[in-house]
Design a binder for this molecule. Structure first.
Ligand SMILES: Cc1ncc(COP(=O)(O)O)c(C=O)c1O
Length: 416
């Protein structure tokens, strides 16, 4: 058929236009785009960039987990669609871990769900709970998913500063008193990414009180449950009395178990919220590859020693990086948990350039990739997030390269 067959008389069809849904336009430009593009360019050019950008674990899962995976892959029974909410034995293993580690009793049938990574579960939970006109309270600076999953679900976000936990709680109460209609959802995340703020168990008791008083549903993102230092044990939100009446908690195999690419996460807690998540998931996915679920059972059942050993590795890396930065004169508080250092950019550099430009300069001149705090919202301005996925020697080398880069930039500014 010729082109003219599509035209009406002499008139040509208008150029075809792809039109995204409004929800896509609600998303901001990707803040790490500039950094990632330069990182890619550097890599293509053969530069050895020390990458402290993403929290993507570089160590392998335990041998017995990988062996179980290989064995399960060879079992022909594991290749069909699995159950959307996860196989029973995996849900039971999650419940067993909650009981052993946090003293929390969960019904694996109705209070635990397997997700394709906690990010998937979190986003779909927002889709199940939020809609136009609904508001969620999100800690600031924010892990991008916390804000944008709400935006994608057509909800509105109020960001409250997470740095001081007492103030955070009183700001939540104030917002609930004064906003109309009241916020519907509270998102919390401890150990917090990116700020590394941690809390004690009593904090969650207060969260439950506030949630009950104002009818707020709670989602606790507990991604860094398994990565903690110096004897600190991150508490679970679900261990607060009545927590399961008001909310759920997401955990993951990505961080403590080095299984980020496997995409294994869990949602536990409030039955009704989990039922809502299950309804959405039932339309979107057919569950996780069963071989992965079987290997995850073994990882959970036998993983305590491996998880502890991994935390010690992060702890040594934290010490190497924090010591180095402090020697450069930076104001850095060593984190008690998580995979990041949240470092304040020295005042003299903050006066000269934006956080984004500072991070770009470290990459450009120093071959060191970090996440600018401003990528986590305006309250991250003035900070860098440095992840602990490189080994200790490379982290020490990164500090030397940062020092060299700043010296060079200083000299340039004097001669300019
Ligand atoms: C706070 C937080 N929540 C969730 C996730 C996503 O974890 P998952 O791999 O389980 O999707 C991350 C990953 O970086 C994270 O930092």
């Amino acid at each position: 058929m010729s082109d003219s067959a599509h035209s009406h008389g002499d008139q040509q069809d208008p150029p075809f236009e792809v039109q995204f849904a409004q929800r896509v336009y609600r998303l901001p430009p990707y803040m790490f785009g500039r950094i990632n593009a330069l990182l890619y360019e550097k890599r293509v050019a053969g530069n050895d960039v020390i990458d402290m950008g993403m929290g993507n674990p570089s160590d392998p899962p335990a041998d017995y987990v990988m062996e179980k995976m290989c064995e399960a892959v060879k079992d022909v029974r594991n290749h069909g669609y699995s159950k959307s909410n996860g196989i029973r034995n995996l849900r039971r293993e999650v419940a067993a871990k909650y009981l052993k580690k946090y003293g929390v009793r969960l019904d694996p049938e109705s209070e635990v769900m397997v997700c394709l990574g906690s990010k998937e579960g979190f986003s779909h939970m927002c889709l199940a709970m939020m809609g136009p006109g609904d508001t969620a309270i999100v800690p600031a600076p924010y892990f991008p998913v916390h804000t944008y999953a709400v935006a994608l679900a057509s909800g509105n976000v109020i960001s409250l500063d997470v740095a001081n936990s007492e103030k955070f709680l009183s700001n939540i109460a104030y917002t609930c008193e004064h906003l109309y209609p009241k916020p519907k959802l509270l998102i919390i995340c401890y150990p917090h990414n990116p700020s590394t703020v941690t809390v004690e168990p009593e904090f969650f008791v207060d969260v439950v009180k506030i949630a009950k008083k104002y009818g707020l549903m709670v989602i606790s993102d507990f991604a860094y449950a398994d990565v903690a230092f110096d004897g600190y044990k991150p508490p679970s939100f679900l261990s607060a009395p009545g927590a399961s009446d008001v909310g759920v908690e997401f955990t993951t195999m990505s961080k403590g178990y080095n299984m980020a690419g496997w995409r294994v996460g869990f949602c536990a807690g409030n039955k009704e919220m989990i039922r809502g998540l299950g309804t959405i998931k039932g339309y979107y996915d057919y569950g996780m590859f069963q071989a992965i679920q079987i290997a995850s059972i073994i990882a959970l059942r036998e993983g305590d020693a491996a998880v502890e050993a991994q935390s010690l590795i992060y702890q040594s890396r934290r010490d190497a990086l924090v010591d180095g930065l402090v020697r450069l004169g930076w104001d850095v508080t060593p984190p008690r948990a998580g995979m990041f250092v949240w470092a304040k950019i020295p005042e003299e550099w903050q006066k000269r350039m934006s956080t984004m430009d500072f991070a770009m300069m470290l990459l450009e001149k120093g071959d060191v990739a970090v996440s600018p705090g401003s990528g986590f919202g305006p309250s991250g301005e003035g900070y860098l997030r440095l992840s602990l996925v490189e080994n200790e020697n490379r982290l020490r080398q990164a500090v030397r390269q940062i020092k060299g880069c700043l010296k060079e930039a200083e000299a340039e500014s004097i001669t300019a």
